[in-house]
Design a protein around this ligand. Sequence first.
Ligand code: PLP
Ligand code: COI
Length: 368
Amino acid sequence: MASTSSTFRITPSTAPLSAEQRQQQLQSIQFGRVFTDHMAVVSYRNGTWQDPEVKPYGPLSLSPASSVLHYGQAIFEGFKAYRQPDGSISLFRPDSNSERFNRSAARLAMPSIPQELFIGAAEALVAIDQAWVPSGSGESLYLRPFMIATDAFLGVRPSEEYLFLLIASPAGEYFPQGLKPVSVWASKEYVRAAPGGTGEAKCAGNYAASLLAQAEAKEHGCDQVIWLDAIEREVIEEMGGMNLFFVYRDGGAPVVVTPALTGTLLPGITRSTLLNVAGDLGYQAEERRLPLTQVLNDIASGAISEVFACGTAAVITPVGEIKGRGFAQTINNNENGPVAMALRTALLGIQRGTAPDTHGWLHPVALG
Ligand code: PLP
Ligand code: COI
């Protein structure tokens, strides 16, 4: 299919928010609550993607028998558009999200979508809703592509019809308390993913299955869950919507270590980005197996100086405390640590165009 946003038929909203109303919405941004004036929609029928369209944001009309509502064939992605210093707008690594989306689609027996359509939808939506891309420090436009199964059929088999949609929401800090360390609960009762399951896929069901453990974390006064492996309930995997890094101080330069990808973790794009940025900053970066007991000992001995979480929505968020049944371990006095903050500054610098994009991660959007 020929490129890109020009493939999309544009139906502008007849009632977009006024500049003043929009400004009001952008004043105090809460993650994921407010949406821009438009959305992109592409339908899959008869074995092909068709009718790419950008139209006013609004409710969908679905048959109550739609298979997504019963058997959960639903996947999503998250990436961001950043305002650049010259007023232009760039997407950050949309190709990586497109590739992961198609890997998720394959795991859920859904059709893949051409990268031209996936990125073209983002380009077309960002172009029409460009006034919604905020320019404040730490701010961006969060893009949420997703695909749902729409066959009106109660048999259990892959749907033959799908909808791909892209919606957008201005984003500031992900956690309501702003950039402060979060506390995490290592859950031994519940697991997020088992070998052979869907842990590597960004499918809706993974998040539904995480909510009870998240409630358990809250009951123990924690902000988030740390997931352990399903078999031993001992090896650290990731958090509910973020990957994890542990900073080892080996006398000299910091070594940043993240759990190896075993097939049960989501291969985060921020994770992969930070493995590169760590190298740029002169840190050593490693992916390996990290048992919880070892990590708790290493925090207690001072071998681990910082722990932080990373993801598109949350960028980098320090972890100040790890708790579980029978233990509670504070990290770095529950303060933001220097390595996490240096990586955060370097990452945001590249994303916001104030530092050179030496890895070619920015994808400029033609604003028309
Ligand atoms: N792990 C999970 C379960 C997630 O939902 C996310 C968010 O997308 C991540 C990790 C981080 O991935 P990324 O950096 O690609 O946003
Ligand atoms: C993201 O960081 O994009 C996520 O998907 C995390 C969460 C909002 C599900």
